[in-house]
Design a protein around this ligand. Structure first.
Ligand code: FES
Length: 142
């Protein structure tokens, strides 16, 4: 092996050695550390003004809106549900599916009811649910 060839092989091998820890850490089991419904999560009150055009989809029963990491559904004349958009499997963002009427996770296809219960996994824990209080045109979600 001549000097040029040695340097080429050394540089190639060195770059693999230097990038391996980065690649391996990206595939580590840290992805499995997601803690669903963490009781230490800080409580946050969210206020929704139903008279605002931003939330006009809540004007009809069956309507829903996204606000931050929360989905809010109008379930009756003055009843609402609020659930987290964070999948309890590994933390992907779920979305409401109009066709099925379920909440679906795009990452590994977990399905939830609009009340947050698991329909099918791999998720095994329900989506976090929030309490919703209505006072006039104001919803308080906590
Ligand atoms: S993160 Fe939602 S199913 Fe895996």
């Amino acid at each position: 092996m001549d000097r040029k060839e040695f340097i080429k092989k050394f540089a190639y091998g060195g770059s693999i050695l230097l990038t391996a820890p980065v690649i391996l850490s990206a595939c580590s089991s840290d992805d499995d550390d997601f803690v669903p419904n963490d009781p230490n999560e800080p409580d946050t009150d969210l206020t929704i003004d139903l008279s605002s055009s931003t939330y006009s989809d809540l004007g009809t029963i069956g309507g829903f809106v996204y606000e931050g990491n929360i989905m809010i559904f109008r379930t009756g004349e003055s009843t609402y549900l609020a659930i987290s958009k964070i999948c309890t499997h590994q933390g992907c963002t779920v979305a409401y599916n109009h066709t099925s009427g379920d909440v679906l996770c795009p990452c590994h296809s977990s399905r939830f009811t609009t009340a947050g219960a698991v329909v099918s996994g791999p998720a095994t824990a329900s989506l976090k649910t929030y309490s919703v209080q209505k006072n006039g045109d104001i919803l308080t979600i906590s």
